[in-house]
Design a protein around this ligand. Structure first.
Ligand code: COA
Length: 263
């Protein structure tokens, strides 16, 4: 597939998807969603990629939501299909076995906010703004926002954002735990790449185990979550990476993780 609405790059085992319609603040039309979905499949099928970064083209916007101009032609059935498509893509991204980092370089509104809150964590530039403004259009979030935002920042804060449609700046989003780090605009990608490179140096099996244990554990009771952790721990410990990691510690050298479950 030729990408026209996103840019897909891989460098040093780090893949980057850049939403690339800056003339409309990278709003997601159906074509960009299809390309995004295709790129996620490519990441899922490439065992060499260790981290995925999402960002937006330009210095004003990550993604300013779904493309509102396409809504006019929707009836209820088309809206349902569109929402299901969005959910499918966001779920698929969230379930990638590798860490996904959101690099929010401006507006993350509506679908843009919904995509980025499904990332494993977010770094944002000082000018970033987060919001679910769908209420202003007479609709509600349709790519998981009512569900993920409540789980991330708490039910009442999510309700206030969704009921008022107001945008919050990066500093406030950080105070709520939505954003891990706020960076100067021109430092954002360097900061994200720095943390991505640290993650790339870790073991593939243990990263996968940690991500799955945390994500699955958040959706179940504590006791079940702890069982999930026990199983993931056992799988990690039986991996060649665990042997290498412990041996490297004892030999006072840096570990050279190869990934893989069996020798
Ligand atoms: N869908 C389609 N086009 C969009 C868009 C979206 N979600 N968001 C922005 N654009 C377009 C604007 O229509 C404008 O196009 P134009 O130059 O042809 O008029 C262009 O992007 C630039 O946006 P503009 O509104 O002029 O920039 P701004 O700095 O004044 O305002 C926002 C920025 C983000 C506050 C404003 O664009 C906005 O509210 N966008 C909609 C956000 C939204 O409701 N998202 C949820 C959708 S479900």
């Amino acid at each position: 597939m030729d990408y026209k609405n996103i840019i897909f790059q891989i460098e040093e085992q780090i893949a980057t998807i850049t939403f690339n319609r800056p003339e409309v603040l990278n709003a997601l039309n159906e074509a960009s969603l299809k390309e995004f979905s295709h790129a996620i499949d490519k990441v899922a099928g490439d065992g060499d990629i260790r981290v995925l970064i999402l960002t937006g083209a330009g210095d004003k916007s990550f993604v300013a939501g779904a493309d509102i101009t396409e809504f006019l032609k929707f009836n209820a059935l088309k809206a349902k299909i569109f929402s299901e498509m969005g959910h499918g893509i966001v779920n698929k991204m969230q379930e990638l076995p590798i860490p996904v980092i959101g690099a929010v370089n401006g507006f993350a509104l509506g679908g843009g906010c919904e995509v980025v809150i499904a990332c494993d964590f977010i770094y944002a530039s000082e000018n970033a703004m987060f919001g679910l403004p769908e209420i202003n259009l007479g609709i509600i979030p349709g790519f998981g926002g009512t569900q993920r935002l409540s789980r991330l920042i708490g039910k009442n804060r999510a309700k206030e954002m969704i009921f008022t449609g107001k945008m919050i700046p990066a500093s406030e989003a950080q105070a709520m735990g939505l954003v891990n780090k706020v960076c100067a605009q021109d430092q954002l990608m360097d900061e994200v790449l720095n943390v991505a490179k640290i993650i790339v140096s870790k073991g593939k099996v243990s990263l996968r185990g940690a991500k799955q244990a945390i994500n699955t554990g958040m959706d179940v009771d504590l006791k079940t979550g702890c069982r999930i952790e026990i199983d993931a721990f056992a799988i990690c410990l039986a991996s060649p990476d665990a042997k290498e990691g412990t041996q490297a510690f004892l030999e006072k050298r840096a570990a050279d993780f190869k990934g893989g479950l069996h020798e």
